[in-house]
Design a protein around this ligand. Structure first.
Ligand code: GLN
Length: 473
């Protein structure tokens, strides 16, 4: 119907596309595809909003994202809409303010279509940990869509909106983007404000866009990035599309880490990846093997540090201030215990317990402090590579989308789905998933491009070469 947002706007202006009717069609399409379970809720008055944005577009005075339908992961605050984090404990909670990212989208006349299903409190790799049931992969409904931002990825892949926001603490944008075959970017930590994002692991969490083309993805990044006084970790830096124009991406030096091809990688993922490397070489791109020697410790460090942060962040859900409260208890401590026992799902409880354990006196030095040191070593590995290279290319995930239920009884196997993604969060650097082809079961394969902090311009302009000239998938 249209290949990107600029074309959509053109079609609205020339009268070929009626935004109001088109948005109505989208809502019925969401309804028809309710078996995918991608949405937790639909925003109020979406059609009315579409009609008023259409007027703005016709008047010639409108924002950069006018008429773009954007779905928002249900861990990000949209004023007066449910914010459940896909958890029983926040089932009826409605926030009183917009997250900064949402405020920025609205300022540019985007249409927030609804809140998307996800793993509870963004903890998971398959979107099977949601209190509202699993999300299905539209490519093959017996497969998971990846997690934790599964609903956001599926909403875009199934054509239920133009783009969406997800969050990535250890891979939750890149991995589902890979599993459903679209673009998904985890920005540099501090580039996009976290104000209004429900914290899972505050020193890892980032908000980023999903889209089916790079133009829309970079348009959203331009809007949501930049300084925010309400987030003390906001860097003050901003991504601009203009920066892409000054870059000759064909001159960038690319490395691919030799440690990423050991055991556990599906042969078709490896073959497709090596094919891309070959194509790049033949196109004259400078590309060679690099080393990230501490990557093998990234999953361990990630799960120690993030569970520690989660155990602290989730202490606030005690039935006193937010969401659900157990009304049968007769005294305070019992009420806390009952509320948390009933309100949190299995994986969230597991992580609170793990986090409490690694922070407890006697174990703090052995686990938490040691993991902090490993985090530094992982960051140093990246710094060493980026001294000589502009970008790192790797598979996004070791396998394509696995079957629903396949890993639910084995948390360790589930955690290993993040073996290529967690290190970017440990180091605070950006990563983009690019769809590069399909395996023998026709499931999408993704490739990840990483750069040094705040070099999203290099990632996106190089990805554009791949999108336009390499004919990957
Ligand atoms: N899958 C990882 C986890 O379970 C990452 C989650 C995320 O990035 N939010 O923690």
């Amino acid at each position: 119907m249209y290949k990107n947002h600029s074309e959509k706007v053109q079609k609205i202006i020339s009268g070929i596309l009626d935004l109001k009717e088109h948005t109505k069609d989208l809502l019925s399409s969401i309804e028809k595809n309710s078996d995918l379970n991608a949405f937790n809720s639909i925003s109020k008055d979406v059609v009315e909003k579409a009609a008023s944005v259409a007027e703005k577009i016709k008047s010639g005075k409108h924002g950069k994202l006018a008429g773009m339908t954007v779905a928002v992961k249900d861990v990000i605050s949209v004023k007066n809409e449910p914010l459940t984090c896909s958890s029983e404990i926040l089932k009826n909670f409605k926030p009183l303010y917009d997250a900064t990212v949402v405020e920025k989208l609205l300022e540019e006349d985007a249409i927030i279509i609804g809140k998307t299903n996800c793993d509870e409190f963004a903890m998971g790799s398959s979107n099977e940990n949601s209190a509202f049931g699993p999300v299905l992969n539209p490519v093959n409904k017996n497969r998971v869509p990846g997690g934790s931002s599964g609903g956001s990825a599926v909403a875009v892949a199934a054509g239920l909106c133009d783009a969406s926001l997800g969050t990535d603490t250890g891979g939750s944008i890149r991995q589902p983007a890979a599993f459903v075959g679209i673009y998904g970017l985890k920005p540099t930590y501090g580039l996009v404000s976290r104000f209004g994002l429900t914290a899972y692991a505050s020193s890892f969490d980032s908000i980023g866009p999903f889209a089916n083309n790079l133009d829309d993805l970079s348009a959203i990044l331009e809007v949501i990035s930049g300084e925010d006084k309400k987030d003390s970790t906001s860097s003050g830096k901003k991504f601009t599309r203009e920066s892409l124009e000054n870059l000759d991406a064909s001159k960038l030096k690319i490395g691919y880490p030799k440690e990423f091809f050991g055991k556990g990688i599906q042969s078709e993922v490896k073959e497709n990846f090596l094919k891309v490397i070959q194509k790049l070489k033949s196109a004259g791109i400078e590309i060679s093997e690099v080393s990230l020697p501490h990557n093998e410790y990234s999953i361990a460090a990630y799960y120690i540090l993030t569970t520690a942060e989660a155990s602290s962040n989730l202490a606030r859900y005690d039935g006193v201030r937010y969401g659900v409260r157990d009304l049968n208890s007769t005294e305070l401590k019992e009420m806390y215990e009952q509320t948390r026992s009933i309100g949190f799902g299995k994986e969230v409880k597991r992580r609170i317990m793990l986090g409490t354990y690694v922070l407890s006196s006697g174990y703090y030095d052995a686990y938490y402090k040691k993991a902090q040191k490993v985090r530094r070593l992982i960051k140093n590995d990246f710094d060493n590579v980026f001294d000589n290279f502009d970008l790192i290319l790797s598979p996004t995930t070791p396998t394509t989308a696995f079957k629903l239920g396949e890993k639910t009884n084995d948390p360790l196997q589930m955690y290993l789905a993040d073996v290529y993604t967690t290190s970017a969060n440990l180091a605070g650097i950006p990563g983009l998933n690019i769809p590069i082809g399909f395996d023998n079961d026709n499931l999408p394969i993704g490739m990840q491009l990483m750069s040094n902090q705040f070099c999203e311009d290099k990632i996106i302009s190089f990805a554009k070469i791949l999108e336009n000239e390499m004919n990957l998938s």
